[in-house]
Structure formats: C-alpha cells, structure tokens
Ligand binder design. Structure first.
Ligand code: ZN
Length: 240
C-alpha cells in the first residue's frame, strides 16, 4: 500500500505490509496501522485547501487572516464538533473528551496493543478488559458515577453503551438552551472525572472513590456553571 506525498496518489490495495513514500525516503508501516496512517495523511487536506487560498491571496496581493480562518473552519467537521465548541467545562476536561471522541485515550487494552504493558484488566472493577467502551460506561463504577450525575442535574435517563450514549448526548446538546449547555458541561466533567478515578486506581494512589469522584464532578459543574452567565441562575437553583 503506497501514498506519495508529492503526487497525493490514491492508496493502493492492502498488501502484507505498507510503505509511505516521500522522494527517496521510505518507511515501512505495519499493515494493521495502514488505516491509521492513511487517516493521519488525510490531515493534509486543510493544507491543500490553504494552498488554493494562498494562491488567490498572492494574486490579489492581499493576505486577510479572515480568509485563512474561514478556510480552516470549512476544512471538514466531525459530528461531535458542537460538543467541543463553546463547551463551558474546564479546558483539560474538554481535551479529555476530545481524546475520547478520537478514540485515543490510553486505555490498558490500547497500551497492551502497543506492547507497553501486559495486563488489560480494568482497574476499577477488576473484571473485564479496559477499553474505551468499558470505561464509558460498561464498567459498573463509571456507570454508577454517570447515573449519579444525571440524577443530580435532574435528567431521567438510563445510560446505554458508549456508541448509543454518545449519540444520545449529541442529540441532546445541539440545542442552544441552558439545559443542553448544562448537559454538555456535566457530560464533559464526568468523562474527565471518571478518567481521574481510573488513573487513581491504575497508579495505585486511590485518591478517589466513586463517591468522592461524584462529589468532585458536581463541584466542577457548580463552579463552571456559576461563572457562565447563561447557567448561573439555574445552578443557583440546585443550591436551594
Ligand atoms: Zn471496569
């Protein structure tokens, strides 16, 4: 399987191993990574778009940043774009959610696949392998935390496996009202809180329990909701 950066040729049919070619430089890529490599190379598309914008700007001898910004905005969006943008949660919580949306959180199963560790058993429950679907929300520990948060913000909903739950979140956070914003905030802080809880189990410091994790997430929702003008009055009502 080949991809030439200069000609931007199509990928060929899969072989036992694949190669990434640039001039005389060749790197062997295992065939199981070829899809991921192709996706990485796909990230070049905005550059191709920018080239055309640059040519147009150079012809007019005007270089407005607005054109570059609009070009990048239109370079392609994902279905969870709205979940990340204008998210009132803490930036590192949004980053954690972004990693989860990309399927890139370093779960034990993922680390095993790369050969970094040899044990993939979930540290929260000790039962099943730890992958992204298990952490959110197949594991009974993370499920209990998410149920508590949903209950606290007054939403009646039974969590489902990750893919369905994610689509439920997308469907219920795309509106502009305060309820959608609060759900977006609660979901994002829960994703990060559960990851912190998971880390405390994996690295053995046991700084968090399910209960303290839930309280910590609620604290963050309160704090971030309070500094958001749209959410402040509604957050205040939770204190009554
Ligand atoms: Zn588990």
């Amino acid at each position: 399987m080949e991809y030439n950066l200069q000609t931007k040729a199509e990928w060929g049919p899969p072989h036992s191993e694949s190669y990434y070619l640039e001039s005389n430089y060749t790197v062997e890529v295992p065939v199981e990574y070829s899809e991921k490599s192709r996706q990485s190379l796909g990230a070049l598309d905005p550059c191709i778009l920018l080239e055309s914008v640059w040519d147009s700007m150079a012809a007019n001898l005007k270089f407005p940043m607005k054109d570059v910004y609009n070009c990048l905005l239109n370079a392609g969006t994902v279905e969870w774009n709205n979940l990340i943008r204008f998210n009132p949660a803490r930036p590192h919580a949004v980053f954690c959610l972004w990693m989860q949306c990309h399927g890139r959180l370093p779960t034990k199963e993922r680390m095993c696949r790369f050969g970094f560790i040899g044990d993939a058993i979930c540290s929260m429950c000790g039962r099943d392998n730890e992958n992204l679907h298990h952490v959110y929300f197949d594991c009974h520990s993370s499920l209990a935390i998410w149920c508590s948060i949903l209950n606290w913000i007054g939403i009646i909903h039974t969590p489902r496996p990750w893919t369905e739950e994610f689509h439920w979140i997308l469907a219920n956070t795309k509106k502009k009202g305060w309820k959608a914003k609060l759900l977006k905030l609660a979901f994002t802080e829960t994703i990060y809180g559960i990851w912190q809880f998971r880390n405390s189990k994996v690295f053995g410091n046991n700084a968090y329990t399910e209960h303290t994790t839930t309280l910590s997430i609620i604290d963050c929702i309160m704090h971030r909701g309070w500094i958001d003008r749209k959410l402040r009055n509604h957050i205040a009502s939770f204190l009554l």
